[in-house]
Every structure is written in C-alpha cells, then in structure tokens.
Unconditional design. Structure first.
Lengths: 157, 157
DNA sequence: TTTTCTGCAAACTGTTTGCAAAGGC
DNA sequence: GCCTTTGCAAACAGTTTGCAGAAAA
C-alpha cells in the first residue's frame, strides 16, 4: 500500500501542499482535498464564490465556511496567496516559488490577468532595501481596459 | 460676509476640488465641505471609520452614508484615490498629480506608510506599454514589518 | 476512542440604498 | 420653489464563528 490515490495526481505544488499540511499536523478531509484539487488546476486568482460554484458544478460541493478555513490554513503555510484587486473581494491563487506574478485588472469587465516583469521585480527589490521596513512581500495591480472591452467600446452596436 | 470661510482656506487641491465639483454640477453641502476640509489636511490614506471618528472628534460629525457617497463622487472626479491594502477595508486619500505614491503596510500593527520611487514608476511605465491592456493606473503595496514592530519583537517584555 | 474536520446557521463588519427632512441656489 | 444633499435605518455581501455531527488517525 501507499498514499498513491491522493498524492500521485499532483503537480509539484500539489505534493508540496500535501506534505506541508501533514507536517503541520493537519488531517486529510474531503473539503481540503477537493479544494487542493481545484487550486492545483487553476491558472489565476479566484474568489471564494467562484471556487464554491466550480466545486458545486463538478459535483464536489463543500461548505463555504470550509473554503474560507482551508484557504486560510493554506495561506499561512504559504501555499496560496490572497490578493485583492479592488471592490474588497479577496481572491486566492496557488503560490509557487517559480511562478511569482502580478495582475492586470480590467476596470470594465473585471477580468484579472496575470503578468510578470523582471524590471519591475528588480525595481521593487532595490527600493525594498532602502525602505525603513523589512519588506517581506509585495503586490502590484495595474488597472486599465482589456483588449476585449476596448474593442467593444470602439464598435458600438 | 463672503465666501472666504470655505474657499480661501484651501491648498491647490482644495481649490481644484471645489472647482471640479462645481463644474460637475454639485452643490455645497455641510457634509461635503467637512469632508473636503479633512481630506485636505490628511497626509495618507484613511478608512471611512477613521474619517468618521476624526470628524466627530472635531465636532463636525456627518452621517456615514454621506462619507461613502461623497468619497465616491470625489473618486470619480479623480480628486481622491481609493486604495486597498488588505483585509478588504478601503482607504481613501487625496489625489494630487504631483504627489503620486505607494504604500508600505506593516503586517503586525497595520500601519500604512507612503513612499515614492522613481525606478519603480519607470519600470511600471515601461511594462505598461507592452501589456495587452491599456493601463490607466496602478497600485503597489509592500508588506513587511515596520521599525517599531521589529524593535518590539526584538525586545521581549 | 480521541481529536480534527466539516457543514450549517447565526453573527459580524464594511458598504450600499430607500426615503423623508433639511438645505443650497 | 425646485432640486440636491444629508442622515437615518434597513438592506446587502463577503467573511467569521459556534456548535453538533461525521470522519480521520
């Protein structure tokens, strides 16, 4: 026997999550597993409501409170990142050391699109050294209009 | 008597706000004036609750709904900026073309401190050009520990 | 068997909205 | 006098919490 059934489906992130949760003394529950599965497949930040709907849609519905609770645990273990792009609604996404990125948010349709930029990271790294703070993390959000919305605006019905 | 008491007290921002509101067809109400006065004196982002308390403290209490409504108008006229530094609580601050800045947020005490950095602005400007978006604005939040909290952590009671 | 996890429902908190009275023009 | 602004209270939405039953170790 082995732990295959739950651990072999995973990417590196999935496996690391499983390990870190176990090390931290957490047990394996249905809600936690369903959430890990979903997060493992997501490309970019989701709101709790979106997560709830997607899980229900795939027949793996779990309680909303569990979603908040598990996401909170995962955030503390640095397995997911909570981001806020405006309107006070939190979004969560997988946190992988090699997939650091930021977000473009469309002011019109609310679309959230990830991007990376080395120059930006360098600038932040440089200024962090000079700040009176001990900087441990950062978020950058660019606001604007996505291609689709600009096209729609330029082509009235 | 004259209009002195409300218009001459102002900085450039205060006057511009007054003008822009008038141009947009808004009238002068007590709540709006009290809020403009307060915003004009603030250095950095405040939450609605903080604003409410400060106004009450100075004997110029106004309804919370009015604070939200006026801040919303001011935001649309680009006179104030709404920022979110985490925990889903919005903060508002005066928006002056020559005072663009970002924020350092202490993970422990929640302190919000403004900073500016030309290298950062340049990096953002450069990458904005290459994004599929038409970028119209940006927010940068650095998280970490402020000097006070680090000192407190290093000096246990 | 013991401890953790989960779902439900209720409580909370920040924000928005409807409406009648007060106030600007 | 007409129309805007204001304050109050109720409505809302996202999030958190308490608790009893289900499930993991």
């Amino acid at each position: 026997m082995d732990g295959m059934s739950t651990t072999d489906s995973g990417t590196a992130w999935r496996r690391r999550a499983e390990d870190r949760l176990t090390d931290a003394g957490y047990r394996r529950g249905g809600a936690r597993t369903a959430l890990l599965d979903l997060l493992d497949e997501q490309r970019c930040a989701r709101t709790v409501l979106e997560i709830e709907d997607e899980l229900r849609g795939s027949g793996r519905a779990i309680g909303r409170a569990s979603i908040y609770r598990v996401l909170d645990e995962l955030e503390q273990l640095h397995l997911v990142q909570r981001i806020e792009v405006g309107q006070g609604i939190a979004r969560y996404e997988r946190l992988a050391p090699d997939h650091h990125h930021h977000h473009l948010v469309c002011r019109e349709c609310g679309a959230v699109v990830p991007f990376t930029d080395d120059g930006l990271e360098e600038a932040i790294h440089r200024l962090s050294a000079g700040a009176g703070f001990e900087v441990t993390g950062h978020d950058v959000v660019l606001h604007g209009s996505c291609a689709a919305c600009r096209a729609a605006a330029a082509t009235p019905a």
